[in-house]
Design a protein around this ligand. Sequence first.
Ligand code: GEK
Length: 247
Amino acid sequence: MSDASYRDAIFSTPLDKMARFSFDETVVACFPDMIRRSVPGYGQILGMLGLIAQRHLRHGAHVYDLGCSLGAVGLALAGQLPKDAFSLTGIDLSPAMVERARETFATECPDHDIEVVEGDIRTFDYQPAGMIVLNFTLQFLSPEDRDDVLHKLYNALEPGGILVLSEKIKAGDEQDNAWLVERYHDFKRANGYSDLEISQKRTALENVLVPDTLEAHHERLARVGFARSLTWFQYLNFSSMIAFKEK
Ligand code: GEK
């Protein structure tokens, strides 16, 4: 069994002092299991990225995958597009994630032009790109940093370029939000997480992952320059949007 298939049991025993959630080696070892059991629609979103790229990406254009973790977005694109269709830079702050992602690309798709950089997406010097993906990453930035980063990304996109933004979201209405969160916890329970794991993870993520409403996301996308954005996917309180830079 490879490391990548370790089961996520990080929050399965009572922890005295709840540490803030961080993307360290413990998380890396069980990350694929964690994200599939914790993010409704994760697989479906990845599966659509190649189809979206086939429709919108100029042949040979550059793609950024921000907060690439173990490289799932790059792998999804490499699985659906030939090697000359695109080049990709994955960026992640976590050295443990970057190391593993590099190994994975070298083994799984050595012929594709994919690099992984250890860096901060808030300060990265972006080159022109045809597609930028933030798959569950913007949510980890402080609300103040979100506008700045998206503004930079808008500027880096070529005319006709697209930004795909997947996020955990909250509903504007308190009652609706409570329903979504409760059903999300049912989803996690059905995927084998205990009540203790669910509540401890929730505490660890408090103030680390601060969700916005879909409305706030679309307003921000418009504010930084995107003429058009739409929500193309939602499963409970998890969603994916696409924003288009005019040609
Ligand atoms: C996937 N996209 O599998 N700069 C760079 N990376 C960051 C920053 C930052 N400022 N802040 C957080 N990260 C992936 C999943 S996970 C989502 C993305 C999750 C990184 C962090 O190190 C982690 O690897 C990633 O963003 C978020 O499609 O765990 O729910």
